[in-house]
Design a binder for this molecule. Structure first.
Ligand code: PLP
Length: 483
């Protein structure tokens, strides 16, 4: 048993009817919890292994007390600049006042939440808004709670509409489409796929390789669906040129194959257009959004399909319920949040800001790269979805430092991004994100309200840290682990 003298929940209270209340913590207990107790409870009840990584990065010492706009405030009053943005989940920043006000009104009016019995005016309006934001015939909307759920819906609608009895699906190397059991087969990660039984009806091709895609489609007429992130997030912010997307569209049309664009991370204005595929003048048959769709306050995911695709899959009373929304699909306050979020996105021109401030961020990072070419390998991306790739220094590390680094965790060995991320947080009060498949890449996905002054704050911090040089960065990181 862990010793938590400052924090003991009440003993179970006996009840007359026999359902004794367990030793439950209250909301006030949660609010007052010390950072040490948070850590203990995380290890006891959530994920002890993950805590190990949180500790390496210094997250175990931080209790967030407030979050507004571009900043978190921790228990010591320190403000932390958010250049992580929940992997693209915080387009509006933290606690946008208009989003809060819409939610408060909804609560005051005692509106209903569950939308699977009566029709919901809010689910209807959100679906209409998403159709209005989507080009071409992308008009039919399935509402859920997560990106994985939206992608599950996307794969299913496309598979049914493809017209193949034994439909096969093509996905890309280094893809990430979620971890739920269906999309897991299309998420190219040995770690996540582990020893799970995966679906067999799939092909994997290199991302951005039209010839490889063509070979697969031309050699197997059962291929009915191609699923791709428009910009690979977990792969390390990897895009493909316009010629690829136009070639893909033409190829799919020629072979009657449906294209599903996963825009869960790169959509919602992140790259400077509402959808990233809009940079390339093409429209997919099915797409998916989540993350920022919930305006940083709610869990909302959506699949958006062309009417033709939707009607082929579920267009009759007999097929309509095959994939109708789940319990929380179209839930009231989440829909209100998403409706207000979309209005804010356009009223405040956050998409234009993403393009403009993103270009400024890219230019400043390129200047920093030119200053430290031995540390930064590449800076890439569009809008406020930027990848910062560091040189892999596992082999070039000075001999004297190797024993020091060897004692570190496998995940961090040779990964400058881990050291730099941890020190940016500890010494400069800046939060950045790491990357699933490429440990040398830091992902920068700040809220779309980010201004030039925030970019300067971030870039000045990065510049000052890199000026220490690799040897000091490694030593300072190792020292931080001992403290
Ligand atoms: C491109 C992409 N698709 C799907 C998902 C899954 O979303 P969720 O974590 O909300 O299930 C993610 C999450 O990071 C993602 O980046």
């Amino acid at each position: 048993m862990l010793d938590r003298p400052s924090f003991v929940a009440a003993d179970p209270t006996p009840s007359r009817r026999g359902s004794a209340k367990p030793a439950l913590l209250s909301v006030d207990d949660a609010k007052a919890m010390s950072v040490e107790t948070m850590a203990d409870l995380f290890k006891d009840h959530i994920n002890p292994g993950q805590f190990h990584f949180m500790k390496l990065l210094g997250f175990h010492k931080v209790k967030i007390e407030r979050a507004e706009g571009m900043y978190y405030t921790d228990q010591t009053g320190r403000r932390i600049l958010d250049f992580f943005g929940g992997f693209g989940s915080l387009a509006h920043g933290h606690n946008h006042p208009r989003v809060l006000a819409a939610r408060e009104r909804f609560q005051e009016e005692r509106r209903h939440e569950i939308a699977i019995a009566f029709l919901s005016q809010y689910a209807a309006a959100l679906a209409k808004n998403l159709a209005a934001c989507s080009p071409g015939a992308l008009d039919m909307v399935f509402l859920g709670s997560t990106g994985s759920e939206a992608m599950e819906a996307a794969i299913k609608v496309a598979e049914r509409a493809s017209g193949r009895k034994a439909c096969k699906i093509v996905h890309a190397e280094n893809s990430f489409h979620g971890k739920s059991k269906g999309v897991l087969s299309l998420t190219d990660s040995p770690l996540y796929q582990g020893d799970f039984q995966l679906v067999g009806n799939r092909y994997k091709v290199p991302f951005g390789d039209l010839e490889a895609l063509k070979r697969v489609i031309e050699n197997d007429s059962d291929v009915g669906v191609v699923v791709l992130e428009t910009v690979q997030g977990g792969g390390g912010i990897i895009g493909a040129p316009t010629a690829y997307w136009q070639g893909l569209r033409a190829l799919c049309d020629r072979h009657n194959v449906l294209w599903v664009a996963d825009e869960v991370q790169c959509g919602y204005g992140r790259t400077g257009k509402f959808y990233a595929f809009e940079h390339h003048g093409v429209v997919p048959d099915v797409t998916a959004l989540a993350k920022s769709l919930g305006a940083g306050k709610a869990a909302v995911g959506a699949m958006i399909a062309t009417r033709d695709v939707y009607m082929k899959a579920y267009g009759t009373p007999k097929t309509a319920m095959i994939h109708a929304q789940a319990t929380f699909g179209g839930i009231g306050e989440a829909c209100v949040t998403a409706i207000e979020g979309l209005n804010v996105l356009y009223d405040e021109d956050l998409i234009g800001n993403s393009a403009e401030t993103g270009a400024y961020l890219l230019a400043r990072l390129q200047a920093i790269q030119a200053k430290y070419p031995q540390i930064i390998k590449e800076v890439r991306g569009q809008g406020l979805m930027i990848g910062l790739e560091f040189q892999d220094f596992s082999r070039t590390l000075p001999l004297a430092l190797r024993p020091m680094v060897a004692v570190l965790d496998d995940k961090l060995k040779g990964s400058l991004s881990g050291f730099i991320g941890a020190l940016l947080l500890k010494d400069y009060n800046v939060l950045v994100a790491f990357t699933e498949y490429n440990r040398n890449v830091i992902r920068l996905e700040p809220p779309l309200i980010c201004g030039e002054s925030h970019v300067d704050e971030f870039c000045d911090a990065l510049d000052a840290l890199l000026a220490r040089g690799i040897v000091s960065i490694v030593k300072d990181f190792v020292k931080s682990q001992l403290g």
